[in-house]
Design a binder for this molecule. Structure first.
Ligand code: FAD
Ligand code: SF4
Length: 328
Protein backbone atom coordinates (compact mmCIF):
# COMPACT_ATOMS: atom_id res chain seq x y z
CA UNK A 1 0.00 0.00 0.00
CA UNK A 2 1.30 3.47 -0.80
CA UNK A 3 1.66 6.02 2.01
CA UNK A 4 -1.31 8.33 2.48
CA UNK A 5 -2.48 11.06 4.82
CA UNK A 6 -5.61 10.44 6.90
CA UNK A 7 -7.85 13.35 7.79
CA UNK A 8 -11.10 13.20 9.69
CA UNK A 9 -13.98 15.04 8.00
CA UNK A 10 -15.79 17.34 10.42
CA UNK A 11 -19.12 17.52 8.56
CA UNK A 12 -20.69 16.28 5.30
CA UNK A 13 -19.79 19.57 3.56
CA UNK A 14 -16.23 19.33 4.89
CA UNK A 15 -16.06 15.75 3.52
CA UNK A 16 -17.37 16.91 0.15
CA UNK A 17 -14.86 19.78 0.04
CA UNK A 18 -12.02 17.40 0.86
CA UNK A 19 -13.22 14.94 -1.81
CA UNK A 20 -13.25 17.63 -4.51
CA UNK A 21 -9.48 17.14 -4.58
CA UNK A 22 -9.04 14.23 -7.00
CA UNK A 23 -6.19 12.79 -4.88
CA UNK A 24 -8.51 12.44 -1.90
CA UNK A 25 -10.97 9.58 -1.41
CA UNK A 26 -13.61 9.28 1.26
CA UNK A 27 -13.50 6.20 3.44
CA UNK A 28 -16.54 4.91 5.30
CA UNK A 29 -16.43 1.24 6.40
CA UNK A 30 -13.27 0.76 4.34
CA UNK A 31 -14.19 -2.81 3.36
CA UNK A 32 -13.86 -2.13 -0.36
CA UNK A 33 -11.52 0.83 -0.51
CA UNK A 34 -8.76 -0.60 1.70
CA UNK A 35 -8.68 -3.82 -0.33
CA UNK A 36 -8.24 -1.79 -3.51
CA UNK A 37 -5.52 0.32 -1.89
CA UNK A 38 -3.62 -2.81 -0.83
CA UNK A 39 -3.75 -3.98 -4.45
CA UNK A 40 -2.67 -0.49 -5.60
CA UNK A 41 -5.75 -0.18 -7.77
CA UNK A 42 -6.59 2.92 -5.74
CA UNK A 43 -3.65 5.13 -4.77
CA UNK A 44 -5.08 8.24 -3.08
CA UNK A 45 -2.57 10.52 -1.37
CA UNK A 46 -5.22 11.39 1.23
CA UNK A 47 -8.18 9.65 2.81
CA UNK A 48 -11.04 11.64 4.28
CA UNK A 49 -12.53 9.53 7.06
CA UNK A 50 -16.30 10.08 7.09
CA UNK A 51 -17.09 7.18 9.41
CA UNK A 52 -17.48 9.41 12.48
CA UNK A 53 -19.84 11.94 10.93
CA UNK A 54 -23.52 11.88 11.84
CA UNK A 55 -25.79 10.31 9.23
CA UNK A 56 -25.86 6.94 10.91
CA UNK A 57 -29.56 6.90 11.62
CA UNK A 58 -32.76 5.50 10.09
CA UNK A 59 -35.89 7.64 10.37
CA UNK A 60 -39.46 7.76 9.08
CA UNK A 61 -40.11 10.35 6.37
CA UNK A 62 -43.10 12.68 6.32
CA UNK A 63 -44.73 10.73 3.46
CA UNK A 64 -44.51 7.37 5.27
CA UNK A 65 -41.26 6.27 3.68
CA UNK A 66 -37.91 5.63 5.34
CA UNK A 67 -34.65 7.59 5.29
CA UNK A 68 -31.48 5.55 5.69
CA UNK A 69 -28.39 7.63 6.43
CA UNK A 70 -25.28 7.11 4.32
CA UNK A 71 -23.34 5.83 7.31
CA UNK A 72 -25.89 3.33 8.55
CA UNK A 73 -24.26 -0.07 8.50
CA UNK A 74 -25.73 -2.81 6.32
CA UNK A 75 -26.42 -4.83 9.48
CA UNK A 76 -28.38 -1.97 11.08
CA UNK A 77 -30.47 -1.56 7.91
CA UNK A 78 -31.19 -5.26 7.52
CA UNK A 79 -32.38 -5.69 11.12
CA UNK A 80 -34.36 -2.44 11.38
CA UNK A 81 -37.98 -3.26 12.29
CA UNK A 82 -39.46 -1.09 9.55
CA UNK A 83 -37.13 -2.49 6.91
CA UNK A 84 -38.04 -6.01 7.95
CA UNK A 85 -41.73 -5.25 7.99
CA UNK A 86 -42.23 -2.89 5.04
CA UNK A 87 -39.21 -3.50 2.78
CA UNK A 88 -38.22 -7.14 3.32
CA UNK A 89 -36.70 -7.32 -0.17
CA UNK A 90 -34.05 -4.88 1.06
CA UNK A 91 -33.30 -6.84 4.24
CA UNK A 92 -33.08 -10.07 2.21
CA UNK A 93 -30.77 -8.56 -0.40
CA UNK A 94 -28.40 -7.16 2.23
CA UNK A 95 -28.34 -10.43 4.16
CA UNK A 96 -27.54 -12.27 0.91
CA UNK A 97 -24.37 -10.19 0.59
CA UNK A 98 -20.86 -10.56 2.00
CA UNK A 99 -20.54 -11.86 5.58
CA UNK A 100 -21.79 -10.74 8.97
CA UNK A 101 -18.45 -9.13 9.85
CA UNK A 102 -18.39 -7.21 6.56
CA UNK A 103 -22.02 -6.14 6.90
CA UNK A 104 -21.22 -4.79 10.38
CA UNK A 105 -18.70 -2.37 8.80
CA UNK A 106 -20.19 -1.77 5.33
CA UNK A 107 -22.25 1.41 5.01
CA UNK A 108 -25.12 2.51 2.77
CA UNK A 109 -22.94 4.99 0.85
CA UNK A 110 -19.98 2.66 0.56
CA UNK A 111 -22.15 -0.25 -0.55
CA UNK A 112 -23.72 1.86 -3.32
CA UNK A 113 -20.26 2.97 -4.48
CA UNK A 114 -18.48 -0.38 -4.21
CA UNK A 115 -16.43 -1.14 -7.27
CA UNK A 116 -16.57 -4.01 -9.72
CA UNK A 117 -15.06 -7.40 -8.90
CA UNK A 118 -13.60 -7.78 -12.40
CA UNK A 119 -10.34 -9.73 -12.05
CA UNK A 120 -8.56 -7.53 -14.60
CA UNK A 121 -9.60 -4.37 -12.77
CA UNK A 122 -8.15 -5.59 -9.49
CA UNK A 123 -4.89 -6.86 -11.02
CA UNK A 124 -2.68 -3.91 -11.93
CA UNK A 125 -0.60 -6.06 -14.30
CA UNK A 126 -3.64 -6.54 -16.57
CA UNK A 127 -5.16 -4.15 -19.12
CA UNK A 128 -8.30 -2.41 -17.93
CA UNK A 129 -10.02 0.63 -19.40
CA UNK A 130 -11.76 1.29 -16.12
CA UNK A 131 -8.57 1.47 -14.05
CA UNK A 132 -6.26 2.77 -16.77
CA UNK A 133 -8.27 4.43 -19.60
CA UNK A 134 -7.12 3.38 -23.07
CA UNK A 135 -5.18 0.30 -21.89
CA UNK A 136 -7.78 -2.15 -23.25
CA UNK A 137 -10.11 -4.65 -21.66
CA UNK A 138 -8.68 -7.99 -20.60
CA UNK A 139 -12.08 -9.50 -19.90
CA UNK A 140 -13.70 -9.20 -23.32
CA UNK A 141 -11.61 -12.05 -24.70
CA UNK A 142 -10.52 -13.41 -21.34
CA UNK A 143 -11.98 -14.65 -18.06
CA UNK A 144 -15.51 -13.30 -18.28
CA UNK A 145 -17.54 -15.66 -16.16
CA UNK A 146 -18.77 -12.95 -13.78
CA UNK A 147 -19.24 -10.36 -16.48
CA UNK A 148 -22.18 -8.51 -17.99
CA UNK A 149 -24.52 -9.65 -20.71
CA UNK A 150 -26.65 -6.48 -20.80
CA UNK A 151 -25.64 -2.87 -21.50
CA UNK A 152 -21.99 -3.69 -22.28
CA UNK A 153 -19.72 -1.61 -24.48
CA UNK A 154 -16.59 -2.42 -26.45
CA UNK A 155 -14.69 -0.64 -23.65
CA UNK A 156 -15.92 -2.60 -20.62
CA UNK A 157 -18.13 -5.58 -19.75
CA UNK A 158 -17.86 -5.41 -15.96
CA UNK A 159 -20.80 -5.95 -13.63
CA UNK A 160 -21.91 -3.90 -10.67
CA UNK A 161 -21.42 -6.41 -7.83
CA UNK A 162 -23.76 -5.17 -5.08
CA UNK A 163 -26.99 -6.70 -3.79
CA UNK A 164 -28.46 -3.82 -1.76
CA UNK A 165 -28.80 -1.48 -4.75
CA UNK A 166 -30.70 -4.13 -6.73
CA UNK A 167 -33.38 -4.22 -4.03
CA UNK A 168 -33.35 -0.43 -3.84
CA UNK A 169 -33.96 -0.32 -7.60
CA UNK A 170 -36.99 -2.60 -7.30
CA UNK A 171 -38.24 -0.29 -4.53
CA UNK A 172 -37.57 2.85 -6.59
CA UNK A 173 -35.46 4.44 -3.86
CA UNK A 174 -33.88 7.88 -4.08
CA UNK A 175 -30.22 8.73 -3.43
CA UNK A 176 -29.55 12.08 -1.75
CA UNK A 177 -26.24 13.88 -2.13
CA UNK A 178 -24.43 17.01 -1.02
CA UNK A 179 -21.59 19.05 -2.50
CA UNK A 180 -18.93 21.09 -0.75
CA UNK A 181 -20.93 24.31 -1.21
CA UNK A 182 -23.82 22.71 0.68
CA UNK A 183 -26.00 22.23 -2.43
CA UNK A 184 -28.03 19.04 -2.47
CA UNK A 185 -29.67 16.88 -5.10
CA UNK A 186 -31.73 13.71 -5.25
CA UNK A 187 -31.25 11.04 -7.90
CA UNK A 188 -33.44 7.96 -8.40
CA UNK A 189 -31.29 4.94 -7.60
CA UNK A 190 -32.33 3.51 -10.98
CA UNK A 191 -30.35 6.38 -12.56
CA UNK A 192 -27.51 6.51 -10.03
CA UNK A 193 -25.26 3.85 -11.58
CA UNK A 194 -24.09 4.21 -15.18
CA UNK A 195 -23.51 1.89 -18.11
CA UNK A 196 -19.85 1.75 -19.22
CA UNK A 197 -20.17 3.33 -22.68
CA UNK A 198 -16.95 5.16 -23.60
CA UNK A 199 -16.27 6.17 -20.00
CA UNK A 200 -16.15 2.92 -18.00
CA UNK A 201 -14.29 4.65 -15.16
CA UNK A 202 -17.48 6.63 -14.41
CA UNK A 203 -19.58 4.15 -12.46
CA UNK A 204 -22.18 6.49 -11.03
CA UNK A 205 -23.42 10.04 -11.37
CA UNK A 206 -21.46 11.43 -8.40
CA UNK A 207 -19.23 14.33 -9.34
CA UNK A 208 -15.88 15.07 -7.68
CA UNK A 209 -16.66 16.43 -4.25
CA UNK A 210 -20.18 15.07 -4.07
CA UNK A 211 -21.05 12.86 -1.13
CA UNK A 212 -24.02 10.56 -0.57
CA UNK A 213 -25.90 11.67 2.55
CA UNK A 214 -28.85 9.25 2.57
CA UNK A 215 -31.19 6.99 0.65
CA UNK A 216 -34.95 7.31 1.00
CA UNK A 217 -37.46 4.57 0.36
CA UNK A 218 -40.99 5.50 -0.75
CA UNK A 219 -44.02 4.74 1.41
CA UNK A 220 -44.60 0.98 1.47
CA UNK A 221 -47.01 -0.62 -0.96
CA UNK A 222 -48.67 -3.98 -0.72
CA UNK A 223 -47.00 -6.91 -2.37
CA UNK A 224 -44.81 -9.91 -1.69
CA UNK A 225 -41.06 -9.26 -1.59
CA UNK A 226 -38.46 -11.60 -3.08
CA UNK A 227 -34.70 -11.57 -3.43
CA UNK A 228 -33.26 -14.56 -5.21
CA UNK A 229 -29.49 -14.65 -5.62
CA UNK A 230 -27.86 -17.34 -7.72
CA UNK A 231 -24.19 -17.76 -6.84
CA UNK A 232 -21.46 -20.34 -6.84
CA UNK A 233 -21.52 -20.90 -3.07
CA UNK A 234 -24.36 -20.49 -0.61
CA UNK A 235 -22.60 -17.57 1.09
CA UNK A 236 -19.65 -15.26 0.65
CA UNK A 237 -20.06 -14.99 -3.12
CA UNK A 238 -21.24 -12.33 -5.52
CA UNK A 239 -24.35 -12.89 -7.63
CA UNK A 240 -24.12 -14.57 -11.00
CA UNK A 241 -27.73 -13.46 -11.39
CA UNK A 242 -30.05 -11.93 -8.82
CA UNK A 243 -33.67 -10.85 -8.94
CA UNK A 244 -35.31 -8.39 -6.54
CA UNK A 245 -39.06 -8.31 -6.89
CA UNK A 246 -42.14 -6.73 -5.34
CA UNK A 247 -45.15 -8.59 -6.70
CA UNK A 248 -48.92 -8.49 -6.14
CA UNK A 249 -51.39 -10.90 -7.67
CA UNK A 250 -55.05 -9.90 -7.23
CA UNK A 251 -58.09 -11.56 -8.77
CA UNK A 252 -55.82 -13.91 -10.70
CA UNK A 253 -53.74 -11.25 -12.45
CA UNK A 254 -50.52 -9.36 -11.70
CA UNK A 255 -51.38 -5.98 -10.18
CA UNK A 256 -47.81 -5.07 -9.28
CA UNK A 257 -44.53 -6.37 -10.70
CA UNK A 258 -41.45 -4.29 -9.93
CA UNK A 259 -38.38 -6.29 -10.84
CA UNK A 260 -34.70 -5.43 -10.79
CA UNK A 261 -31.77 -7.66 -11.69
CA UNK A 262 -28.20 -7.97 -10.44
CA UNK A 263 -25.15 -9.68 -11.93
CA UNK A 264 -26.20 -8.90 -15.49
CA UNK A 265 -24.95 -5.39 -16.16
CA UNK A 266 -22.71 -2.52 -15.06
CA UNK A 267 -25.64 -1.33 -12.96
CA UNK A 268 -28.67 -2.87 -11.29
CA UNK A 269 -30.90 -3.57 -14.28
CA UNK A 270 -34.41 -2.14 -14.21
CA UNK A 271 -36.57 -2.11 -17.34
CA UNK A 272 -40.15 -0.89 -16.81
CA UNK A 273 -41.27 -2.88 -19.87
CA UNK A 274 -40.85 -6.13 -17.93
CA UNK A 275 -43.47 -5.10 -15.38
CA UNK A 276 -45.71 -3.73 -18.13
CA UNK A 277 -45.74 -7.12 -19.86
CA UNK A 278 -46.95 -8.76 -16.66
CA UNK A 279 -49.46 -6.22 -15.35
CA UNK A 280 -53.12 -7.18 -15.76
CA UNK A 281 -52.17 -10.62 -17.08
CA UNK A 282 -52.86 -14.04 -15.62
CA UNK A 283 -49.67 -15.96 -14.74
CA UNK A 284 -48.53 -18.61 -17.21
CA UNK A 285 -45.23 -20.03 -18.45
CA UNK A 286 -45.83 -18.29 -21.77
CA UNK A 287 -46.22 -14.94 -19.99
CA UNK A 288 -43.06 -15.52 -17.94
CA UNK A 289 -41.21 -16.31 -21.17
CA UNK A 290 -42.47 -13.07 -22.67
CA UNK A 291 -41.16 -11.12 -19.64
CA UNK A 292 -37.81 -12.93 -19.94
CA UNK A 293 -37.71 -12.09 -23.66
CA UNK A 294 -38.06 -8.40 -22.77
CA UNK A 295 -35.35 -8.66 -20.12
CA UNK A 296 -32.94 -10.44 -22.44
CA UNK A 297 -33.81 -8.85 -25.79
CA UNK A 298 -30.39 -7.18 -26.09
CA UNK A 299 -28.40 -9.77 -24.13
CA UNK A 300 -25.00 -10.78 -25.48
CA UNK A 301 -22.60 -13.23 -23.89
CA UNK A 302 -18.79 -13.27 -24.09
CA UNK A 303 -18.18 -17.02 -24.15
CA UNK A 304 -17.53 -17.81 -20.51
CA UNK A 305 -20.62 -15.94 -19.34
CA UNK A 306 -23.04 -17.17 -22.03
CA UNK A 307 -24.67 -19.30 -19.32
CA UNK A 308 -26.02 -16.17 -17.64
CA UNK A 309 -28.62 -15.67 -20.37
CA UNK A 310 -30.56 -18.92 -19.79
CA UNK A 311 -29.81 -18.63 -16.05
CA UNK A 312 -31.48 -15.20 -15.91
CA UNK A 313 -34.50 -16.62 -17.73
CA UNK A 314 -34.79 -19.51 -15.30
CA UNK A 315 -34.29 -17.29 -12.25
CA UNK A 316 -37.02 -14.92 -13.39
CA UNK A 317 -39.34 -17.90 -13.98
CA UNK A 318 -38.54 -19.22 -10.50
CA UNK A 319 -39.33 -15.91 -8.78
CA UNK A 320 -42.60 -15.42 -10.67
CA UNK A 321 -43.65 -19.04 -10.05
CA UNK A 322 -42.90 -18.62 -6.34
CA UNK A 323 -45.07 -15.48 -6.26
CA UNK A 324 -47.94 -17.39 -7.89
CA UNK A 325 -47.56 -20.27 -5.44
CA UNK A 326 -47.51 -17.89 -2.46
CA UNK A 327 -50.59 -16.03 -3.70
CA UNK A 328 -52.62 -19.24 -4.10
C1 FAD B 1 -14.99 -10.75 0.69
C2 FAD B 1 -16.07 -9.78 0.35
C3 FAD B 1 -17.31 -10.26 -0.09
C4 FAD B 1 -18.33 -9.36 -0.40
N1 FAD B 1 -19.52 -9.84 -0.86
C5 FAD B 1 -20.50 -8.97 -1.18
C6 FAD B 1 -21.75 -9.41 -1.69
O1 FAD B 1 -21.98 -10.61 -1.82
N2 FAD B 1 -22.68 -8.49 -1.99
C7 FAD B 1 -22.46 -7.16 -1.85
O2 FAD B 1 -23.34 -6.34 -2.14
N3 FAD B 1 -21.27 -6.69 -1.41
C8 FAD B 1 -20.31 -7.57 -1.08
N4 FAD B 1 -19.11 -7.10 -0.64
C9 FAD B 1 -18.84 -5.68 -0.72
C10 FAD B 1 -19.19 -4.95 0.52
O3 FAD B 1 -20.59 -4.95 0.66
C11 FAD B 1 -18.65 -3.55 0.33
O4 FAD B 1 -17.25 -3.63 0.49
C12 FAD B 1 -19.21 -2.55 1.30
O5 FAD B 1 -20.60 -2.44 1.18
C13 FAD B 1 -18.59 -1.18 1.05
O6 FAD B 1 -19.01 -0.30 2.08
P1 FAD B 1 -17.93 0.48 2.94
O7 FAD B 1 -18.67 1.39 3.82
O8 FAD B 1 -16.95 -0.43 3.60
O9 FAD B 1 -17.21 1.29 1.77
P2 FAD B 1 -15.74 1.86 1.66
O10 FAD B 1 -14.78 0.77 1.35
O11 FAD B 1 -15.43 2.76 2.81
O12 FAD B 1 -15.94 2.77 0.36
C14 FAD B 1 -16.24 2.22 -0.91
C15 FAD B 1 -16.31 3.36 -1.92
O13 FAD B 1 -17.43 4.18 -1.62
C16 FAD B 1 -17.05 5.53 -1.47
N5 FAD B 1 -17.95 6.08 -0.46
C17 FAD B 1 -18.18 5.60 0.77
N6 FAD B 1 -19.13 6.32 1.38
C18 FAD B 1 -19.50 7.28 0.51
C19 FAD B 1 -20.45 8.34 0.56
N7 FAD B 1 -21.21 8.57 1.64
N8 FAD B 1 -20.59 9.14 -0.52
C20 FAD B 1 -19.83 8.92 -1.62
N9 FAD B 1 -18.92 7.93 -1.73
C21 FAD B 1 -18.76 7.13 -0.67
C22 FAD B 1 -15.59 5.47 -1.05
O14 FAD B 1 -14.91 6.66 -1.36
C23 FAD B 1 -15.11 4.29 -1.87
O15 FAD B 1 -14.81 4.69 -3.18
C24 FAD B 1 -18.09 -7.97 -0.29
C25 FAD B 1 -16.85 -7.49 0.17
C26 FAD B 1 -15.85 -8.39 0.49
C27 FAD B 1 -14.53 -7.84 0.96
S1 SF4 C 1 -14.48 -5.49 -18.02
FE1 SF4 C 1 -14.20 -3.34 -17.43
S2 SF4 C 1 -13.27 -3.52 -15.42
FE2 SF4 C 1 -12.96 -5.48 -16.42
S3 SF4 C 1 -11.00 -5.35 -17.58
FE3 SF4 C 1 -12.59 -4.73 -18.96
S4 SF4 C 1 -12.56 -2.51 -18.72
FE4 SF4 C 1 -11.61 -3.31 -16.90
Amino acid sequence: MQPFELVRAKSPTDAAQLASDTDTLMIAGGTNLLDLMKLQVETPSRLADISRLGGGDIADTADGGLRIGALVTNTATAVHPRVRQDYPVLARAILAGATQQLRNKATTGGNLCQRTRCFYFTNIDQPCNKRDPGSGCGAIEGIAKLHAVLGTSDQCIATYPGDMAVAMSALDAMVHTMKGDGSERSVPVREFHLLPGDTPWRENVLEDGEIITAVTLPAPVSGAHYYRKVRERSSYAFALVSVAAVISIENGVFSRADLAFGGLAHKPWFDPEIGEVLLGQAPSDALFDKAADVLLQSARGFGENDFKIPLARRTLHAVLSQAVEDAA
